[in-house]
Design a protein around this ligand. Structure first.
Ligand code: 5AD
Ligand code: SF4
Length: 492
């Protein structure tokens, strides 16, 4: 490894002394964000520093998303740009290695090399712990592909993120606790790209989060394609559910708030619903995709739940946590969706009232049962339905935000604002909140009165000092190791 350099460009530093740099560009979901971070951690072990810009990187990784056609196709135009970049760098005597990772890599494998021969390495989401060996192989022969589902667990082979790296990523972190999906919704590629459901053990998740908390992380979002199907082993070798894991994680010293995403309605257990009543650190927010409000379409989608089941969960969770904010994913234009089916989706949205949502036009994905269906919906109809649904959901989002005005809520401050003396954080309901306050508040929760509402954020006024400042937390005896001991007891 070369000597570290202090400026972003590395200008003026002899090439041989310049540390190698990696740039990971992440597409798609939060799990890819997490994987991107972990790939950077693996590369750090190999002497790579994170490049400030893609132009400055010796190793470019595109961590790709396959969920919809547009996301998938975008990769090829990105690769075209990266290839041009490589050619420009070559003129300057610099070598660039190009890696395609993530779900397009998994789904298309060697096809990527055929469409873009400049790619050096294609690596799937379960194999990136092998990056060092794969990069060595790719330096000897171009076009290496590793998309097997390995027997070993990548998490056992990933290096921990360094405290400095954790700090640079902020006070709120994602942690993958579950991966893969056994549900096989008929529109979705995830069961094919991410494989079968698997869960990390409680101890491994705790170990990772203790490391994050020690470096200053204050909020963790436990993520999984079907996070509420979590069934990791506890210390006694029994299967623990997500409610248990959330309770254990909430007790980790320094962790002030926990979240989880994404959930499937069929795995919304009573224990998890009750965790929203009993676990004070668990944010009152539930992302629970319903996809459609039509029972006919839900059946065609192989969702294995109907509208009644969904409404039942909404009722039960609101009974124990009346202020919970709900969000969902919706697909419009699934094959065979009639105007009446679509109207039922609008009716469901009207009946539930969502704080936020993600809406998608159905995108036919090769290899999924939905792609085989004859009664595909035309683009124009899909676009019109998308717009109507988005307008309704946007009205609901704004109404939800307006209702916050006058309320006092605990805000976890995450970063400085654009203007001096301003700090930005998140409400328990995932709303972005900015207020006048000192940067020392970053990493602490303060009570904030909401005094205004903008299109994408709330304006607040700090009314009570931070409940726990960063200093306080770091002085906390827990950081001397007592916490680990109490956690071990908790898990036993
Ligand atoms: N077309 C459109 N949207 C899709 N999603 C998954 N597969 C498709 C597809 N083929 C959406 C679902 C899912 C979210 C992550 O992406 O709404 O919940
Ligand atoms: Fe895809 Fe359905 Fe699994 Fe979600 S539950 S990842 S939509 S197959």
């Amino acid at each position: 490894m070369g000597a570290p350099v202090s400026d972003a460009s590395g200008a003026g530093i002899p090439l041989t002394d310049r540390a190698k740099r990696i740039f990971v560009k992440s597409f798609g979901c939060q799990m890819n964000v997490y994987d991107s971070h972990r790939m950077a951690d693996v590369a750090a072990q190999e002497g790579y520093q994170e490049a400030a810009t893609i132009e400055d990187a010796d190793l470019v990784v595109l961590n790709t998303c396959h969920i919809r056609e547009r996301a998938s196709e975008k990769i090829y135009s990105e690769l075209g740009k990266v290839r041009e970049l490589r050619e420009a760098r070559e003129v300057a005597g610099l070598k660039t290695t190009i890696v395609v990772a993530g779900c397009v890599a998994q789904a298309e494998g060697a096809e990527i090399l055929r469409r873009q021969p400049a790619v050096d390495l294609v690596v799937g989401p379960q194999n990136y712990h092998r990056l060092p060996q794969l990069l060595r192989a790719a330096s000897l022969r171009s076009g290496v592909v590793d998309t097997t589902f390995p027997v070993e667990d990548k998490f056992d082979h990933l290096p921990a993120s360094s405290p400095a790296t954790i700090r640079s990523r902020g006070v709120s972190a994602f942690v993958t606790v579950q991966e893969g999906c056994d549900k096989f919704c008929s529109f979705c590629v995830v069961p094919y790209t991410r494989g079968a459901e698997s869960s990390r053990s409680v101890a491994k998740v705790v170990q990772e989060i203790v490391g994050l908390a020690r470096a200053g992380v204050r909020e963790v979002t436990l993520i999984g394609q079907n996070v509420n199907a979590y069934h990791g082993q506890d210390e006694g070798g029994r299967a623990a559910d997500l409610a248990h894991l959330l309770n254990v994680v909430a007790k980790i010293p320094g962790i002030l708030r926990v979240r989880y995403t994404t959930s499937h309605p069929n795995d919304m257990s009573e224990a998890l619903i009750l965790a929203h009543r009993d676990n004070p650190s668990l944010a009152p927010y539930l992302h629970l995709p319903v996809q459609s409000g039509s029972n006919r379409i839900l059946a065609a989608m192989n969702r294995k739940h109907d509208v009644g089941d969904y409404m039942d969960i909404v009722g039960r969770i609101r009974a124990v946590r009346p202020d919970i904010a709900l969000s969902s994913d919706f697909i419009v234009g699934y094959p065979g969706e009639s105007d009446a089916d679509f109207q039922e989706t609008l009716d469901l949205v009207g009946a539930v009232g969502f704080a936020a949502s993600y809406t998608f036009k159905y995108s036919s994905r090769p290899g999924t049962p939905g792609a085989e269906l004859k009664n595909q919906i035309d683009e124009q109809t899909k676009s019109a339905r998308l717009l109507t649904l988005q307008q309704l959901l946007e009205d609901q989002r704004q109404a939800f935000n307006r209702a916050a005005v006058g309320r006092i809520m605990p805000v976890l401050f995450e970063k400085s604002g654009r203007h001096a003396g301003q700090v930005i954080g998140r409400s328990p309901y995932l709303q972005s909140v900015y207020a006048v306050g000192d940067a020392a508040l970053i990493g602490a929760i303060a009570d904030v009165e909401i005094i205004g509402v903008g299109p994408n954020s709330l304006r607040g006024r700090i009314v009570a000092p931070a409940s726990q400042s960063l200093d306080e937390i770091q002085r906390n005896a827990a950081f001397s190791g007592e916490a680990d001991a109490s956690l071990r007891k908790e898990n036993a």
